[in-house]
Write a protein that binds this ligand. Structure first.
Ligand code: MG
Length: 165
């Protein structure tokens, strides 16, 4: 078994021309919100944190080293590309997902109504059963940048199991 932790934060801004917010995609699911994440890629903080949890468990370079935000090739990139690379490395090393627990922290949008859709999408990307994935949303009690709706934060813990030969 190997365990990994992933963390990500993205600033939330209004959409252009009032800000630089992208369409709000989280866990590969399009969400309805007046603001969106600022990022070089599509800004999907959940997929970024899941990617880093898996890479961290493997002891491999993190998402920022594999897909630098200085590389124009990653501009507006669908973050499932990053996660698929982490999954490819996981399987090449003979591991699969044991379980994965994600905590999403933001004031809005509300996570509970979309948590099941995110689980289903993540399960397909990770090639595991939905029962192996847990997603929960919390607020930041209106304090600091996250609580003031200016950022979204995600923590993920992933347990990888050695796949039997
Ligand atoms: Mg990120």
């Amino acid at each position: 078994m190997r365990i990994g932790h992933g963390y990500d934060l993205h600033r939330l801004e209004a959409r252009p021309p009032d800000g630089n917010g992208r369409p709000f995609v989280l866990g590969g699911i399009q969400l309805d919100h007046s603001k969106g994440p600022v990022g070089h890629s599509d800004g999907d903080a959940l997929l970024h944190a899941v990617t880093d949890a898996i890479l961290g468990a493997l002891g491999e370079p993190d998402i920022g080293r594999l897909f630098p935000d200085t590389d124009p090739a990653n501009e507006s990139m669908d973050s499932s590309v990053f996660l698929k690379e982490a999954v490819r490395r996981m399987m090449a090393r003979g591991f699969s997902i044991g379980n994965l627990d994600a905590t999403i922290i933001c004031e809005l949008p509300k996570i509970a109504p979309v948590a099941e859709a995110m689980k289903a999408h993540l399960a397909s990307l990770l090639d595991c059963d939905e029962a192996c994935i847990n997603i929960k949303g919390k607020t930041h009690e209106k304090v600091d940048a996250v609580g003031e709706g200016r950022a979204i934060e995600v923590h993920v813990v992933a347990l990888l199991m050695s796949t039997p030969d």
